[in-house]
Every structure is written in structure tokens, then in C-alpha cells.
Design a protein around this ligand. Structure first.
Ligand SMILES: [Zn+2]
Length: 384
């Protein structure tokens, strides 16, 4: 029998069904304060160990800490734990494989026949999945991920957007409130490591309602180094809820498809917007979306994103390696479609990327020079 050292492990206990709509669990980490995590929903949620294990596993792997959980793990998830950890390590070489000790296993014996849901953040990926995937009947919108729990005004705004969209598409809207993101604070990067696991965890909590939950894809090409991808998502499935990534396509192509079927009126990509418009129009995410709207020749312009972009703006600013990947993908797709007026886009993007590289070198220079000067000074002192 495997025994886990309680001092050097992650412990999950007090797994509780507080009410039909709220579940909680207590997380204990070595040399750290314990955290009580909750998930609250507008539909029934079910207390189960799988929901909490999915949140602990990437943290355990990052720090090489085994996980002890006071509950029974789903047999499918348990049989996939090795593959899941291998897949996670593929994108994160320094992560370690860890042991999981639970009270036993469980299998769902109920006949399937529940609904299919998809996550909805108001962004393009979730718009695309909700619009183009005919099996989707419900949308899951979460408060506590992109929008902090303290930001009530932004949540009310997103909630209204999601309600309008769901009503128009005749989908049911399920809202979630959770503090689970705090588990990643100071431990893992949300986008790079954690958000796919977080979405999978919420899907498992919603098992009384859904047997299939879609995670809208964010990258058009498979990326093992991103916190959500096709393989990771699928391996977070249980015998209760199957998880599947949907719509791994370029953003410009997604806009073209949505434009043919519906409108982008409620699109909300900006995290900085105030209360009057859904998007600020000027942050990097908004500019990129304006470029995509122009490039896809979209007939609707979401609030705050009405203005046509001048692509010279990309040449005047720093473009990080990460941003460049996405912008380059947009540029390639716009060129493929043949939208007129974008012949200089590739050059402007390259100029912005070069600007960023030069700035990084200049920032690095003083530190490097100081180090060289210090070494030379120490060498001089030793000689004398
Ligand atoms: Zn913005």
C-alpha cells in the first residue's frame, strides 16, 4: 500500500455538499495556509473527488508533491492518470510525475442522456463553439476566472452579454461563481499551466446536468505548452462527463464562419472595458480583434471595436514573441482569404517584433555590463 507523507504532500479533505448548488473542499499545502475552495452554480452541482483532484494535480506535478484525497476517484480518470501526467509533462519538462492516494474508485453506471454544454466567456472562441456546434444546448459562464470576484460591475456586464446571447441562440445559461483560481496564485501561471484544468474541474462539478462539455479551443495548432489543449482536455474526462476541445481554428476563420450564421454583436474580448462599451478598443487584445474583424470583412462590429485598424500601429509598438504567434496567424489567414488593404501587414508585424527584441537587449545591457565591471574590479583587488 502506498503511503503519502502528510508533511510533504497536498491534502484534500472536507469534501462537502453544502447545498444543491454549492460544493467545497479544503486544500492543504506544505508550509502554507490551508485554502477552502468552493464552486457555486445556478444549476445543481455534485460533490466529488475528481473535481478537486484535477485542480491539485498540476500543482502537485510542478512541486513534486504527491496528493492525498479523502474521496473516491472515477475509474476512467484513475486509469488515465499516467497518460494525463505524461501529457502535462510534454509541455512542462520540469514537472514531476506524482502519486495520488484516494479512498477507492467509483464508476458511473447511469445511462447517458444528459445534455451537452460549452463554456462561454464572451470571447471569440466561445462564440464560435456556441454558434457552430449544433449539439450545444447550454452555456457555462464563470465568475472568478477572467473577472475577479471583487469586480461585481464587470461580472454584471458579462452576465448580461451572456444572457442576451443565450436567449438569441435559444441556449440555457448556467452561471458559476468560484474562488478556485486562488489555488494557482504564486504556484502556476493561469494561461500557461492552469486554465484547462480549472475548466475541466468545473465541468466535473456539473455532472448532474451534463454528460458532455466542450472547451472552446484557443490555438489553431496543437500546443503542448499551453494550459489547455485537445489531449489534456480529453484526458480530464470521467465516466460521468466527457470533455472535448472544440474549434481549434484560426480566429479570422472563426469570424468568417460566425458572420455567415449569426452576428458578433455581444463579442467581449477586453478585460479593461468600462461600463459603457463592451471593449475599450485600444488594448492589445482589442486591436488584434479589430484587425481580425477587418481581415474577415465582418458585417457586425461589436461595441468598442467599430473603428477600422491602421496596421502601421503594429510597427510602432513592441510585439512580444507570444503576441507575434497569434498576429502572424491572423496575417496568414487574411492573406489566404485575400482581403484587400493588408499587403504591408507582415512587414509591420516584423517591425514591431524587431522593436521588442531590441528593447529587450537594451534592458539587458546595463545589468550585463555592471556584472562585467564588478568581475573586473574584484580581479584587480585580488591581484593587489
Ligand atoms: Zn480592450
Amino acid at each position: 500500500m502506498r503511503i503519502i507523507d502528510p508533511v510533504n504532500s497536498i491534502r484534500i479533505s472536507d469534501i462537502s455538499q453544502i447545498s444543491e448548488n454549492r460544493i467545497e473542499a479544503l486544500f492543504e499545502f506544505p508550509n502554507d495556509e490551508q485554502q477552502r475552495i468552493y464552486i457555486e452554480a445556478s444549476k445543481p452541482v455534485q460533490s466529488n473527488a475528481d473535481t478537486w483532484l484535477l485542480l491539485a494535480l498540476p500543482i502537485g506535478m510542478k512541486f513534486g508533491l504527491p496528493i492525498g484525497i479523502d474521496g473516491e476517484i472515477d475509474s476512467l480518470l484513475l486509469s488515465n492518470l499516467d497518460k494525463l501526467q505524461r501529457e502535462c509533462k510534454r509541455g512542462n519538462r520540469s514537472f514531476k510525475r506524482v502519486n495520488v492516494l484516494a479512498n477507492g474508485t467509483k464508476t458511473n453506471s447511469q445511462i447517458a442522456g444528459k445534455q451537452t454544454a460549452s463554456f462561454f466567456s464572451g470571447g471569440l472562441d466561445s462564440f464560435f463553439t456556441a454558434t457552430t456546434e449544433p449539439t450545444v444546448q447550454s452555456l457555462i459562464c464563470i465568475w472568478g476566472f477572467d473577472i475577479p470576484l471583487q469586480n461585481i460591475a464587470s461580472w454584471n456586464q458579462l452576465n448580461e452579454v451572456a444572457m442576451n446571447f443565450a436567449r438569441r441562440r435559444e441556449h440555457e445559461l448556467v452561471t458559476i461563481k468560484t474562488n478556485l483560481k486562488t489555488l494557482s496564485h504564486g504556484r502556476l501561471l493561469w494561461g500557461r499551466h492552469y486554465h484547462g484544468w480549472a475548466l475541466s474541474s468545473v465541468a466535473q462539478a456539473l455532472r448532474p446536468n451534463f454528460d458532455s462539455v466542450l472547451i472552446p479551443g484557443t490555438c489553431s495548432t496543437f500546443n503542448a505548452k499551453w494550459g489547455t489543449n485537445e489531449k489534456l482536455n480529453a484526458l480530464c474526462s470521467t465516466s460521468w462527463v466527457e470533455l472535448r476541445e472544440h474549434g481549434a481554428e484560426s480566429r479570422v476563420r472563426k469570424m468568417v464562419s460566425i458572420n455567415q450564421m449569426d452576428s458578433l454583436t455581444e463579442l467581449r474580448v477586453c478585460l479593461k472595458a468600462g461600463f459603457k462599451s463592451l471593449n475599450c478598443g485600444e488594448c492589445k487584445k482589442c486591436r488584434r480583434t479589430r484587425l481580425e474583424l477587418d481581415g474577415s470583412q465582418s458585417s457586425t462590429r461589436p461595441s468598442g471595436l467599430e473603428e477600422i485598424i491602421d496596421t502601421r500601429i503594429f510597427a510602432r509598438e513592441r510585439i512580444s514573441k507570444f503576441e507575434y504567434t497569434f498576429l502572424k496567424e491572423d496575417q496568414r489567414e487574411i492573406a489566404r482569404i485575400g482581403t484587400p488593404g493588408f499587403s504591408s501587414l507582415a512587414t509591420h508585424l516584423r517591425q514591431g517584433r524587431t522593436r521588442d527584441i531590441i528593447c529587450q537587449v537594451l534592458n539587458f545591457m546595463p545589468e550585463k555590463m555592471a556584472h562585467l565591471l564588478l568581475s573586473a574590479k574584484q580581479g584587480f583587488r585580488q591581484k593587489n
